[in-house]
Design a protein around this ligand. Structure first.
Ligand code: GLU
Length: 446
């Protein structure tokens, strides 16, 4: 089999949300694990709503997720291809001009509904003579163009849903070209998928009807259709659909909240699949878990608490090398020893700053028993310190004061860190160092 080509095709009309990430990742990971190609196609034929800033944000989001595209195209650069395809369809009588205004269409629709009929376009335009059309054009009207659907049932083997079919007899002929000559996404998508050799299209189940229409257009243009798979959609925790325009759960927002791309990716891919949502160490590991045939049919709810806990679990297992640069950028020192001491206490990587302040200071020590702390100071071993220092020290303090258990450890923790909880002191103590430890035990801000 030749290497697969998959694509993610957002319109640059808003910020990507976690549901878009689901679509992008499913495509990118299926391509990646088979050594295939992942294409980013910007569906920007809607000139009014498309913005360069959103196109840029989409590229950044994909890079952040770890799935930068191998190939990137934008539909606004490819209009000549769509023009050629629409000429082909016109020549075959499959793309026909319609002159109704939106108001007229709305009136027809209401009449049909009032009569208990489905609101399907009645193909009145097909009955217009050349003369009638010329007269409409003279009145200054411009046509939009509809694809003449074959009224049959289109059947395909869906990569997610298995056997799928849509009865096209009950659909309106879709508008492919607007009155101003611009294209809706339907035809350009087919032309691009054919021209770029896309082998699989994985997208949300809101596109099932489009797929039937597009399969007919592939055939009309003489192209083999790719395989299609329609995954369930993500909703908010309260069951609402996610909206790019409303800025729901944007990737940018999640990134700014300090979440790890791997946590966002794991949740986006695994929620509502047969694998439980769980931490992964890499996108390759996640790619191996993608199983299009076992994605649930029910909408999957996105739960922010689940994402936070997944993020924490991933951070707890993140090796130092993977975060070294970010820690340095936050002014955090201590190297691997610091990271390994604190990562188990973090929800996000950025939380490390808080524990770095506990190490480097200043800390306001909490001293409840000055005499005890004095005795502890006296027992502090000389440097160099290592992971065994804590045990040697606390054994000595225990021997000299008789304190043990919580009564031994808690006053030391409070004096050294100003807190009653936190990472293992055995690991923190060597980072705090003797000088700061002595000052804190003496109640000094250090
Ligand atoms: N631009 C379309 C969308 O964002 C693309 C759908 C597709 O994948 O074909 O819904």
């Amino acid at each position: 089999m030749t290497a697969p080509i998959l694509r993610f095709a957002p319109s640059p009309t808003g910020l990507l949300h976690i549901g878009n990430a689901r679509t992008a990742l499913l495509n990118a990971l299926v391509a990646r694990r088979a050594g295939g190609t992942f294409v980013l196609r910007l569906d920007d034929t809607d000139r009014e709503r498309s913005r360069e800033e959103f196109a840029q944000a989409i590229r950044e989001d994909l890079a952040w997720l770890g799935i930068p595209p191998d190939v990137a195209v934008r539909q606004s650069d490819r209009i000549a291809l769509y023009d050629a395809a629409s000429e082909t369809l016109k020549a075959k009588g499959l793309l026909y001009p319609c002159w109704e205004t939106p108001d007229e269409l709305e009136r027809k629709r209401r009449l049909q509904l009032a009569r208990g009929l489905p609101p399907v376009y009645d193909r009145a335009a097909l009955a217009l003579s050349e003369n009638e059309q010329a007269r409409l054009a003279q009145e200054g009207r411009r046509p939009h163009w509809r694809f003449k659907l074959d009224h049959r049932t289109v059947v395909w083997h869906d990569l997610v849903r298995g056997e799928a079919s849509v009865e096209c007899g009950s659909l309106s002929d879709p508008v492919l070209v607007r009155e101003d000559g611009s294209y809706l996404y339907t035809l350009p998508s087919v032309v691009d998928d054919a021209e770029l050799g896309v082998t699989q299209v994985v997208r949300g189940e809101d596109h099932v009807t489009n797929t039937a229409v597009q399969i007919q257009i592939f055939e009309a243009l003489g192209h083999a259709a790719p395989d299609f798979g329609h995954h369930n959609l993500l909703t908010t925790a309260s069951g609402e659909g996610l909206s790019k325009r409303l800025g729901h759960l944007s990737l940018k927002g999640l990134r700014e909240a300090g979440l790890e791309p791997l946590a966002v990716a794991a949740l986006a891919v695994l929620v509502g699949s047969s694998d439980a949502v769980r931490p992964v160490a890499s996108l390759d590991e996640l790619a191996a878990l993608v199983d299009l045939g076992h994605i649930s049919r029910a909408p999957a709810r996105f739960d922010e608490a689940e994402l936070s806990s997944l993020n924490a679990r991933i951070v707890h297992e993140t090796p130092y090398e993977a975060v070294a640069e970010r820690l340095a950028a936050m002014g955090i020192g201590g190297g691997a020893a610091f990271w390994e001491a604190v990562r188990g206490n973090l929800e996000t990587v950025a939380d490390a700053a808080r524990w770095w302040r506990v190490v480097a200071g200043p800390v306001d020590p909490v001293i409840e028993d000055a005499a005890f702390c004095e005795a502890a100071s006296a027992a502090l071993p000389d440097e160099p310190w290592d992971a065994g220092t804590w045990k040697a020290w606390t054994d000595a303090v225990k021997a000299s004061t008789g304190a043990k258990g919580r009564a031994l450890f808690m006053p030391l923790r409070k004096a050294l860190t100003g807190l009653d909880h936190g990472p293992e002191l055995a690991a923190l103590l060597p980072l705090i160092g003797r000088e700061r430890a002595l000052r804190r035990l003496a109640g000094e801000r250090a």
